[in-house]
Design a protein around this ligand. Structure first.
Ligand SMILES: Cc1ncc(C[n+]2csc(CCOP(=O)(O)OP(=O)(O)O)c2C)c(N)n1
Ligand SMILES: [Mg+2]
Length: 556
């Protein structure tokens, strides 16, 4: 096999030529990228050839649909907090991956998409070339903040560096590099390797820190709200919570920032009660969607925002203080400013309130039974990937989460079908811990074709499919709110065990929480390929009264 060009043997640098594809791959490697999730096609043939010739420096994981490649990159980005890359053909390839790109945007995940293009000179002319799409660039620009086209070999390294810098600067998020099919293979004298560009951080605003510290020190009922932007600042949030004796509310993306075993750790329903009582809210890396749009605000509530995005704090209502930048260093500075603070413990009060809230939530008993089984078997550092399904909705409220980045939830897109393929990427990027994907029978079939990818690449993901033969959530809404007029909610399913086995996955059926526990124990021991566990279930009690809750303060 031909190995990558050994520069040492080249007579002089000027005579070494590099293609755009080779320069792009070299730049990705220089940025620490070791995997590319991809689905090939003629527009990207030269890119795949460069990936072949890069040998072990970068692994190519090919999927069965472009959405699988993009979701896998998303899952890998969420568990590693590092940029991850996928590559697909233009037009249909781009659009097939678009829901995942949209989700990456909503989740501020650093996913870099390499998207092919028709021949450079044909772009924009509407001649009907293979996979041509009107204004591909314009479509991409609606989806991500950074998009550029590599037009010649010497632009490649610089544009990769800019894309990675953009993904890491300010509010993180996805980026796209396009490249025309005739440009990938074009060569030029090799350019110097471009070093990664620093992600710029805004200077700490000492006045805002002072204002925030003053308000927090004087607060009688402080509440911390943690979102996805707090995942990298778990230690600081935990320390602040202890110092202020402030409960920490997390719902989907902030779960795991404060260990659920801490009585100050709360999810939505208790969080809403505390929101109603709070005089100061410290919002870390969160849009505060529930607070602003459902629970209400009034002049008695001062809101301090910590956010990577300078535009975020002003979006709904002007904050009492806005601290812009990475949550970790900002919260460290706040901790310094608050040192010596002594607050009476709220442990007994919070333990009591947690018990009372658990009594109300006990209504979700069927979901709780399965979640208890999952938590009992999933190790403390195991990763749980949720879905838009009954067990997923309940997990957001009830599954104890012990560490940051171990609970993946799709945020405000809440797009059915994200779970299995995202979990596959998470498991590929973190082979050292078990990853558990849960789905409904509806959501699972969105990306279950990627079982073939899991088998082909020996990814030991465990997936549990809760099969109620329906888009159960839709069905319950039709029952309760539309006079039982049932439409488009019943599902004809495969036999999931035989389906899984036919791919070469291990598969079994579990009929209750105890059987699920033993099935999970077997699955987590298996490290050479995927396991599918089907759990037949009936309708489950609605979680929505604990998610969409009425106003607790202010007037509309
Ligand atoms: C991309 C997308 N399409 C449609 C929906 C609307 N939707 C929300 S839940 C749901 C049904 C989910 O069915 P299933 O996965 O079987 O879970 P169940 O509710 O039965 O537990 C649908 C269609 C969505 N959230 N996202
Ligand atoms: Mg279902």
């Amino acid at each position: 096999m031909t190995k990558p060009t050994q520069r040492k043997e080249a007579p002089s640098r000027a005579r070494v030529r590099t293609t755009t594809a080779e320069a792009t791959v070299a730049a990705l490697v220089a940025h620490g990228i070791d995997t590319i999730y991809a689905l090939p096609g003629v527009h990207n043939d030269s890119l795949f050839d460069a990936l072949f010739r890069a040998g072990e420096r970068i692994r190519t994981i090919h999927t069965r649909h472009e959405q699988g490649a993009a979701y896998m990159a998303l899952g890998a980005a969420l568990v590693t907090a590092k940029p991850q890359v996928y590559a697909v053909v233009p037009g249909p390839g781009l659009l097939n991956s678009a829901a995942a790109l949209l989700t990456a945007y909503g989740m501020n995940a650093p996913v870099l998409a390499l998207i092919g293009q028709i021949a450079q000179s044909a772009i924009g002319r509407g001649l009907g070339h293979l996979h041509e799409i009107r204004d591909q660039r314009g479509i991409i620009e609606r989806l991500v903040d950074f998009c550029a086209r590599i037009r010649e070999p010497n632009e490649a390294a610089g544009l990769v560096a800019q894309a990675v810098q953009a993904m890491r600067t300010g509010r993180p998020g996805p980026a796209v590099l396009e490249c025309a099919m005739d440009v990938w293979g074009r060569s030029a004298p090799a350019a110097a390797v471009v070093q990664p560009l620093p992600a710029s951080q805004p200077a700490l605003d000492e006045d805002a820190i002072g204002e925030a510290a003053k308000r927090l020190a004087a607060a009688k009922r402080p509440l911390i709200v943690a979102g996805g932007g707090a995942q990298g600042a778990s230690a600081e949030v935990t320390e602040l919570s202890g110092l202020l004796q402030a409960p920490v509310l997390a719902y989907r993306r902030g779960r795991g920032v404060l260990d659920s075993r801490d009585p100050l750790s709360v999810t939505l329903p208790l969080g809403r009660e505390l929101w109603g009582e709070a005089d100061v809210v410290l919002a870390v890396g969160t849009r505060l969607f529930h607070g602003f749009t459902q629970w209400g605000i009034d002049p008695g509530l001062a809101i301090i925002r910590v956010d990577a995005d300078p535009e975020e704090p002003e979006r709904f209502a002007p904050p009492a203080a806005a601290l812009i930048g990475d949550a970790g260093p900002i919260l460290s500075r706040l901790l310094d400013a608050l040192s010596g603070l002594d607050r009476p413990s709220r442990r007994a009060e919070m333990e009591d309130r947690q018990v009372q809230m658990s009594r109300r939530l006990a209504k979700l008993a069927p979901q709780i039974g399965f979640l208890d089984a999952i938590r009992a078997e999933l190790p403390e550092d195991g990763i749980f990937v949720d879905e838009v399904t009954q067990i997923g909705f309940a997990a957001r409220l009830l599954l104890p989460v012990y560490r940051p980045r171990t609970f993946l939830s799709p945020g405000y897109q809440d797009n059915l079908g994200w779970g299995f393929a995202t979990a596959l990427g998470a498991q590929h990027a973190r082979p050292d811990v078990p990853v558990l994907s849960i789905s409904g029978d509806g959501g699972f079939l969105f990306t279950s074709n990627e079982l073939a990818t899991a088998v082909r690449h020996r990814i030991p993901l465990t997936c549990v499919v809760f099969n109620d033969g329906a888009f159960g959530n839709v069905r319950r809404i039709q029952e309760e709110q539309y006079g039982n007029r049932m439409i488009a909610n019943d599902l004809a399913n495969p036999d999931f065990v035989r389906y899984g086995e036919s791919f070469g996955a291990e598969a079994e059926r579990a009929h209750n929480p105890q059987e699920l526990r033993s099935a999970l124990r077997r699955a987590f021991k298996r490290r050479d390929g995927p396991t599918l566990i089907e759990v037949p279930v009936g309708p489950m009690p609605s979680p929505w009264e604990f998610i969409h809750m009425p106003r607790v303060r202010g007037s509309s």
